[in-house]
Design a protein around this ligand. Structure first.
Ligand code: GRG
Length: 308
């Protein structure tokens, strides 16, 4: 796909769409951090601000808002607050993942990592503070959107389940256990389905729940999310193996940490083909759910065509 056709994929100008959506997300993150800061010691507040407001693609909140829209919700500031709740979990996971006791990374999104800028103690504490703050942000956003109480609770529960031992934390644990070992395809899919896929899929499901989607539409965006989650991780491995630290905004780390990757398992060409097949599966899931959602179609392609 050419640059131009990929940018207007699915009939939308993806660059313009992302710019607009990210602006809404940044405002919502600013609201969330401003609410949390006064409750934290200054050095912890500074670390939380660094971790949450230091850029990134903002893919998870953008997907949440796109799913809300696709399922018939009227997008407004509280929709971005809901997306921001998910990004707060993502931000804490990166802050902790970069710590010396984990990946020991000094660069993320082209900036110094939070512990380099604000110290390890403050980073650990800020990360922990972000977890309940995210759950509260989701509950408040659902209330502001006029969701039924049960839907708000289900959205917050979906977020915490995806973040927890059965999702991101469990996947991270498997990843740490797997350093230096050769994983087969099924184990690698299971690991990344938890570590990366669970939060990505939850982003969409939470958007659908808040919009009051039918169970068919909710299932469809969940299936779309799991497929793009896998496509995202395969692409991450391809980028880690092929792109410079300057392009990525972080140091490639898979080889240094002796991690099992899709590139090691399949080779570059087959890994790229498999990522593309997952995009097709994601688009088919939308079709099955009767969702005509050009932004979601364009975002699925973006996941495999991104450069960082
Ligand atoms: C110690 C077991 C244990 C858990 C602690 C640290 C942690 C919890 C979880 C880490 C999970 C993790 C690092 C997941 C990686 C997800 C991922 C692919 C991140 C990169 O996402 P992008 O590309 O990043 O969306 P940007 O920078 O664009 O936001």
């Amino acid at each position: 796909m050419s640059d131009l056709s990929s940018r207007v994929a699915g009939g939308i100008d993806l660059d313009a769409y992302l710019t607009r959506q990210r602006a809404g997300v940044e405002e919502a993150l600013e609201r969330a951090v401003a609410r949390l800061e006064p409750r934290l010691p200054p050095e912890v507040a500074a670390a939380a601000r660094h971790g949450v407001t230091s850029g990134g693609k903002r893919l998870r909140p953008v997907l949440c808002v796109a799913a809300y829209d696709a399922c018939g919700g009227t997008v407004r500031p509280a929709t971005y607050d809901l997306g921001a709740a998910i990004e707060m979990i993502h931000a804490y996971s990166l802050m902790h993942d970069d710590l010396p006791c984990m990946d020991d990374a000094e660069l993320r999104r082209g900036r110094t990592t939070t512990h380099v800028a604000h110290g390890e103690d403050a980073t650990v504490r800020a990360g922990i503070a972000l977890i309940p703050a995210a759950a509260l942000t989701a509950l408040r956003a659902c209330e502001a959107l006029g969701c039924a109480r049960a839907s708000g609770l289900r959205a917050a529960r979906t977020l915490m389940e995806a973040a927890g031992a059965g999702g991101m934390v469990g996947g991270q644990w498997l990843d740490l256990l797997g350093e230096g070992q050769d994983w087969g395809a099924a184990s690698l899919d299971a690991l990344h389905g938890c570590k990366t896929g669970a939060l990505l899929a939850a982003s969409l499901v939470i958007g659908a729940i808040a919009a009051g989607a039918s169970s068919e539409a909710e299932r469809a965006v969940g299936a779309y999310g799991r497929a793009i989650g896998l496509a995202f991780q395969i692409t991450d491995d391809v980028l880690d193996a092929t792109q410079s630290a300057e392009t990525l905004g972080k140091n490639p780390s898979d080889a240094a940490l002796a991690k099992s990757t899709y590139v090691a398992l399949y080779g570059l060409d087959e890994a790229r083909r498999r990522a593309g097949a997952q995009v097709d599966a994601a688009l088919a899931a939308l079709g099955r759910g009767g969702l005509d959602a050009p932004p979601l179609a364009a975002l699925a392609r973006y996941v495999v065509e991104r450069r960082k």
